[in-house]
Ligand binder design. Structure first.
Ligand SMILES: Nc1nc2c(ncn2[C@@H]2O[C@H](COP(=O)(O)OP(=O)(O)OP(=O)(O)O)[C@@H](O)[C@H]2O)c(=O)[nH]1
Ligand SMILES: [Mg+2]
Length: 698
């Protein structure tokens, strides 16, 4: 049975159930609603704990800032984001009334206000938006799993929403007991036990893993690996994907202005950029006139620290356009991987998932409100549930993911691929490139089939493994069948060839574009190297000039010192000359003085000579001329003077030893008689105490 056939059977069963409940308007309405939904986009419940980043991730997935995001608890009311040609808000009350809130445009502030209502006043909000991202899927944000809203209304409301969803995207920053309980409760729904509901677990806010640095996403990936290998968790979910919703949202809604600001920041010097990225506070408050603080704050709120650091790294690594940066950031945020997984696991399987939802609705009504005659419906229900190959594939995949079934390494990966884990096209199931030719696909399918036929008769396998091998084998046969059907239909075969050629041309164009991009990147790198070389040369020139200037400065200083030394030498020479002249002058002065003294002495001698002559002529031996004069004049004064002379001579005699002995002795011992002839040498030292003596000397 193909998935379309499966969906048709489930649909038929649902319609037949409706006929049994025609008299029950409530059940009829509910069932009709389920029937209508089979033609609507796939419904994915986005669930998780409070503040796990559900609204942010919804915005990232649809590429619009529609869901209100906040640091405080906000999403109290289950909110549907679905496609509609015009913006529309429908408010559902718990009593079934639906009110249309007229809006011309949708903005998150209006939605935020409505989400603030209590769950007993508003049971759900339906936001319709002409957003292209909502054309294939409807996203349903549930209140936080352990939030006040869920505590208040009981878990049944949450279970109700989940039962209306075709798949679950569950967000957790790291799985805790509440998360496990939730995932378990999803699996305990009757139909889910037989057909596991498709659940993808996103490790949200992965940029905050560990120390929240550049390696945060890699660390989150390692944790995800551990969870993938954990049988408890993988029993409830098949895929674990780390994701930075905030960066996903920012990059999917990135503007040209954002790009310009990021490019400007990337061009800052290494030091300035590193300083800026040290902390959120530095990023906002650092002095950077070109990008005002408020703009930086807004950028940080939108991209987060991780997002900005990654953007700057990418821009410095050669990313040159806004589109390139957007692609790289979507990749770095994990959003690309998440979208690919959502696509391969949910969108490509949507018929099987819808069929499962239809069967679940039938199951719920039949069990909640059994009526006579519905037995045959139950029988039909069981047959659809157990015979569809799609369910077998889902079950086998789940068992492989949880580790309940484990084949040898290469077979393990091949089994998953054949069961549709990487996509449902024959190429994807066989692990071939989309451009592979039909003949190659056929060859590979045949080889694969024979490999698994060998496994089917492997006596070492237990029953569970043999069942899984049968399912894988059946999937491989369906690939071959698909090939034969295509070959049998020349038109389809030609179409397939044409598609392959188109795909090949596209791949060539892509390769060319890639080569061009690489060449551009190389050119950019060359230019950067050139610029770096020029910068270094300029730096070297600057250093050379500085060294020259320093040399000149030192030479000037040495010259100044030399001149100063010379001036000092000249000053000292002048001083010496001056001293020499002064000494000469002194010498001359002394010589002149000596000459004068000599002349005076000569004059004195001459006078002495005269005086001796006259003394000899009076012939008064033993008497000085003064004595003689006094005696001659018999003058009283003369007598007194004579006494005084005797006294003073006596005094002089006592005082003499303290002075020049020989000189005094010669003077004192000099006989005063006329026969004592004065020594001309001593005369200059001789002091005549008499007034006449003084006079005579004058
Ligand atoms: N760093 C970082 N912050 C995030 C990320 N995703 C969301 N946030 C922030 O986490 C806070 C809550 O985000 P929401 O998307 O409103 O979370 P929610 O799960 O919808 O919250 P409720 O609906 O109230 O339970 C906001 O401040 C977001 O900016 C992320 O990937 N990284
Ligand atoms: Mg929210």
């Amino acid at each position: 049975m193909s998935t379309e056939a499966l969906l048709e059977r489930a649909k038929g069963l649902l319609m037949r159930t409706m006929t049994f409940y025609r008299d029950d308007p409530r059940t009829s309405t509910w069932l009709r609603d389920r029937l209508e939904r089979l033609d609507q986009p796939l419904r994915i419940a986005v669930s998780g704990r409070v503040k796990s980043g559900k609204s942010t991730l919804i915005n990232a997935l649809i590429g619009t800032d529609l869901a209100p995001t906040d640091a405080e608890e906000r999403t109290q009311v289950t909110t549907f984001y679905q496609y509609g040609p015009e913006p529309k808000i429908l408010v559902h009350t718990p009593h079934g009334a639906v009110q249309n809130v007229p809006v011309s445009t949708l903005d998150s502030a209006t939605i935020r206000d409505l989400q603030h209502w209590r769950p007993d006043e508003v049971s759900r909000l339906v936001i319709e938006s002409p957003t292209p991202g909502l054309q294939a899927i409807t996203l349903i944000e549930t209140p936080g799993v352990a939030s006040a809203a869920v505590q208040e209304t009981g878990r049944s409301a949450l279970a109700q929403i989940l039962s209306e969803s075709d798949a679950v995207l569950y967000l957790t920053r790291y799985p805790r007991q509440t998360d496990l309980q939730f995932l378990q409760s999803v699996n305990e729904l009757q139909t889910a036990r037989s057909v596991p509901i498709n659940t993808i677990v996103a490790f949200s806010r992965a940029d905050e893993t560990g120390d929240g640095g550049a390696d945060a996403l890699a660390a989150a990936e390692r944790i995800a690996d551990r969870y993938r290998a954990d049988p408890t968790l993988s029993a409830f979910a098949q895929h674990f994907i780390p994701v930075v919703g905030l960066l996903g949202q920012a990059s999917s809604t990135m503007t040209e202005d954002d790009f310009k600001i990021l490019a400007y920041l990337a061009r800052l010097s290494d030091t300035d950029r590193d300083t800026l990225l040290l902390s959120a506070e530095r990023f906002i408050k650092a002095g950077l006139e070109a990008v005002p603080s408020e703009i930086r704050q807004r950028l940080l709120e939108r991209f987060g620290h991780y997002g900005i650091a990654r953007s700057l790294d990418l821009l410095r690594g050669g990313v040159g356009t806004a589109q390139q940066l957007q692609q790289e950031l979507l990749e770095a945020s994990g959003l690309t991987t998440l979208q690919e997984t959502l696509h391969s696991q949910f969108v490509e399987r949507q018929d099987a998932l819808r069929a499962r939802s239809a069967l679940l609705a039938v199951d719920m009504v039949l069990r909640a409100n059994p009526r006579p005659g519905v037995q045959q419906l139950l029988g039909e229900f069981e047959r659809v549930l157990t015979n569809a190959h799609e369910w077998d594939e889902l079950r086998a995949l789940s068992a492989l993911d949880s580790g309940q079934i484990r084949f040898a390494r290469p077979l393990q990966a091949e089994a998953k691929r054949l069961l549709g884990a990487s996509g449902h096209s024959p190429h994807a199931r066989l692990g071939l490139d989309e451009t592979a030719m039909i003949a190659d696909v056929a060859d590979e399918a045949t080889a694969t089939l024979s490999r698994w036929r060998e496994q089917a008769v492997n006596p070492m396998l237990d029953r569970a493994h043999r069942d899984a091998v049968r399912t894988v084998l059946r999937s491989a046969e369906r690939v071959i069948l698909h090939q034969i059907q295509n070959q049998g239909n020349p038109q389809q075969a030609a179409q397939a060839q044409q598609q392959a050629r188109a795909a090949q041309a596209q791949a060539q164009a892509q390769a060319q574009a890639q080569a061009q991009a690489q060449a551009q990147q190389a050119e950019r790198a060359r230019q950067a190297a050139e610029a770096e070389q020029a910068r270094r040369a300029a730096e070297a020139e600057q250093a050379r000039q500085a060294a020259e200037a320093e040399q000149a400065r030192q030479a000037a200083e040495a010259e100044r010192a030399r001149q100063a030394a010379e001036a000092e030498r000249a000053r000292q020479a002048a001083e010496a000359e001056q001293a020499r002249r002064a000494a000469e002058a002194e010498q001359a002065r002394q010589a002149a003085e000596a000459e004068r003294a000599r002349q005076e002495q000569a004059a004195a001698q001459a006078r002495q000579g005269e005086w001796s002559t006259s003394a000899r002529s009076t012939d008064t031996p033993g008497k000085t001329p003064a004595t003689q004069f006094l005696q001659q004049n018999d003058h009283p004064t003369g007598r007194r003077a004579l006494r005084d002379v005797g006294t003073s001579t006596g005094r002089r005699r006592r005082a003499e030893p303290e002075q020049g002995e020989s000189r005094s002795r010669s003077a004192v011992n000099q006989p005063t008689g006329s026969h004592a002839k004065p020594d001309p040498e001593e005369s200059s030292h001789y002091v005549d105490p008499t007034p006449s003596g003084r006079h005579s000397r004058g």
